[in-house]
Structure formats: C-alpha cells, structure tokens
Ligand binder design. Structure first.
Ligand code: 3PG
Length: 306
C-alpha cells in the first residue's frame, strides 16, 4: 500500500523518520509531500495513494475525488474540521484523528500565553503573576485537562465548563465545575478555549460572554479562530479597555485588532500549538500505526465517520 504524508506545515524530521520506519516495516511504501503551494499539488500527489496522513491540510471533496485508491485518511492531531467527512463516507474512506497525541504541546502553549500576557508581552513595566489567579477551561478534554494540571501546579485556581464531562470527574481532579459558561466567564481572570470548531461552537464566543470577564480578563485561544465572533470581539475590546486576547490562530480581522489594541492582543504568526518535536512524533507515529493496524487487522479505533 502507498501511504502519503501530505503536510503544508511539515513534521519534525524525527517524526518523518519514525513514520517511514513503521510504514516500511509493515510492508508499505511512504511518499512525502511537504510545504506544497496549492491544493492542486495535494490532489495530484494523492491520486495513487491508499492511505493519507495530514495535519491541518484540507482534505476536501475534491481531494477525496482525486484519490481513487484512498481507503483511509488520518489527521495527525485532534481537530478534524479540515476533513470533509461526508465526502470520505460517500467514497468509503475511513477518516480518523489521533486524539490526545499533541495535547501536551498545546497545553504548554496555553499556559505560556497566560504568562506572556500577564508580563505585558515581555515589554518593560510592571506585570502580574498567574499564581492565585483563576483560569476557566472551556471544554475539559485532552488539552483542557492538561492545562488544568499545569495551572494548578502554578498555584492557579481552576474552573471548567464541559457539558459532556461529569462534575465528579472534575472535582476528583481538583477542578471546580462551572454550572454555566456565564458563571465561569464572570469568575475567571483567564478563559482558555479548548472547544472544537463545529456548528454549535462556531461564532459562539462573543460579547455576551466576554463582557462578563472581570477587570483585566484575558481570553486565550489555542482552539480555532472560527469559534470567535470576531466583530463582537473587536467591539468588546474597544468598549472594555482592560480586556486582553491572545490567540494561536490569527483572527480574520487581526490587522485591525493589532492596530487598535496594541499590546492587549497577540496572535502567533502561524499556528504553533502542536509545533514541538514531541507532539509531531506522538501524532505522526500514532497516525502511521493506526494506518498499519487498519490494513493488517481492519481496526477502526478512532474512526470519525462511523
Ligand atoms: C490539532 O487540532 O491537533 C491542532 O490544532 C494542531 O494542528 P496542526 O497539526 O496543524 O499543528
């Protein structure tokens, strides 16, 4: 079988070497398409692939249609809003992700972002400490739980809101369950977003929530820009001169935010939450193993389009 790794944002070399070893030891061949310029390059490269590993690369209906031999696509990472699951299902292509594999890297970045904003983006002047502050975790999944653990180690108080996680589990882990999102935003100096971009969440973080943050409150977004109501974010930052926003995914109106709000906002130049060698190795090797298991035994653990 031919396994194509197609990554506009390449994996670390050690991850590629590990993927190659797993794939070849299982008797398959590996092809690599990195830093490609255009979707057409992906469509051409996938034409004879049996399996595909991607990161945030867009696996559109056109890509699926171009991939006549494709049997499985694995998103090496958590969020799968870049996969057209309907097109995969229609073409009988199994789609998977690798949940949790890059979670630690993203959690570390979320914590770093809280400290960066507390220290005025490392510019001279008096900042503040995160110890003793309260962070609200919006979605207590793989990343959210790790942010909670690290925040507690820093002496922060942690709240979380997640309708899909039992309150007892949060309590057992030293986290205060919020009875509503509104209550969490009201109580927390930082809110850290860990929700996926799905119809229910897209555009859901707007003025109605952000206005509830206490004085100096900061929203930390290592999730997806699509979950933010961007015009409302700009409006509330203008109205509340104390609020801050830091994001790993530049807003569509980031230039406007940067110009108007200066050091109260920050966006990484390119999404870097999962940009560690460790996360690349964990997610990349998991993807390779999932593909080899699928071909060897038909295992469909982590299938998204069941
Ligand atoms: C994810 O959903 O796993 C993260 O956003 C990482 O995405 P990336 O592989 O494009 O860095």
């Amino acid at each position: 079988m031919k396994v194509l790794v197609a990554t506009q944002k390449p994996f670390a070399a050690a991850a590629v070497a590990g993927i190659k070893k797993i794939v070849e030891e299982a008797g398959h061949t590996l092809a690599l398409l990195e830093k490609y310029a255009d979707q057409a390059d992906l469509e051409a490269a996938v034409a004879d692939a049996d399996a595909l590993i991607v990161r945030s690369d867009k696996v559109t209906a056109q890509v699926v249609a171009a991939a006549k031999n494709l049997k499985i696509v694995v998103r090496a990472g958590a969020g799968y809003d870049n996969l057209d699951l309907e097109a995969c299902t229609a073409a009988k292509v199994v789609a998977m992700n690798t949940p949790g594999q890059n979670a630690n890297a993203v959690a570390e970045l979320a914590i770093a972002m809280m400290i960066y904003m507390s220290r005025n983006q490392f510019t001279p002047g008096t900042g503040c400490e995160v110890q003793g502050k309260k962070v609200g975790i919006q979605a207590y999944g793989n990343v959210g739980r790790l942010v909670a653990q690290k925040a507690k180690a820093l002496g922060m108080e942690v709240m979380a809101f997640d309708p899909f996680v039992p309150a007892e589990k949060m309590v057992a882990e030293g986290v205060t369950p919020a009875s509503s999102l509104e209550d969490m935003y009201k109580a927390c100096n930082f809110v850290s977003l860990h929700i996926p971009a799905i119809p229910a969440t897209i555009g859901s973080i707007g003025a109605n929530l952000l206005k509830l943050l206490p004085k100096g409150g900061c929203l930390v977004n290592t999730a997806r820009k699509e979950v933010i109501n961007e015009p409302e974010l700009a409006a509330i930052l203008a109205e509340r001169e104390d609020l801050k926003y830091i994001t790993d995914v530049a807003a569509s109106n980031q230039a406007e935010l940067d110009e108007k709000f200066g050091k109260r906002v920050f966006a990484t130049p390119k999404k870097m939450g999962a940009e560690t060698a460790e996360a690349n190795i964990n997610a990349g090797l998991a993807a390779a193993n999932q593909i080899c298991d699928f071909f060897a035994t038909g295992c469909t653990r982590f299938q998204l389009n069941k």
